[in-house]
Design a protein around this ligand. Sequence first.
Ligand code: HEM
Length: 155
Amino acid sequence: MNLKTRVLLPLLMATVFLGACKKDDPEPEPTLYERLGGINAITAVVDQFLVNVISNPVINSRFSNANAEALRLHLIDQICEATGGPCIYKGLSMKDAHSTATNPGADVANITVEEFNSLVGNLVDAMNALSVPADLQNELLGLLAPMQSDIVGNP
Ligand code: HEM
């Protein structure tokens, strides 16, 4: 091996190696699910939300014969999935869940905008109690707001 080969070859190999190691793709942005704190944080928000709903006289009678544990698990899955988490929501669509035609056992006829806003207030109170930052709260509310037209006013 001559001098050139002894100096240049390792240099060339190192360049190729470092080039292969270099990451071209930037890290993906963390999902809202991750930024909220994952499944434990979402579960804590849902649990506090349900406590708030139960003590909210505007809407609590709607839930007097609800299956509380099934609803809790559905809500956790729904928020987990909507925020980019690994869960799969297996409950009814929002239209079907909030219509007596498709959810006959539930007290869901003619839910009003006032009731919807009152329930969203219970969610905001839960997130404030758990110190969820305002920007993350707004992102989550932005995912839920479009559901209003499927939930309000069904027979
Ligand atoms: C963004 C707002 C809302 C979301 C994300 C939501 C989500 C859900 C989900 C996931 C279920 C369970 C569906 C299933 O059993 O397959 C459900 C059921 C139900 N929801 Fe909502 N809901 C919302 C607003 C409301 C409002 C405003 C009311 C009334 C004030 C309401 C009353 C009910 C009732 C009574 C049930 C049936 C519970 C049972 O019988 O077990 N929901 N909702």
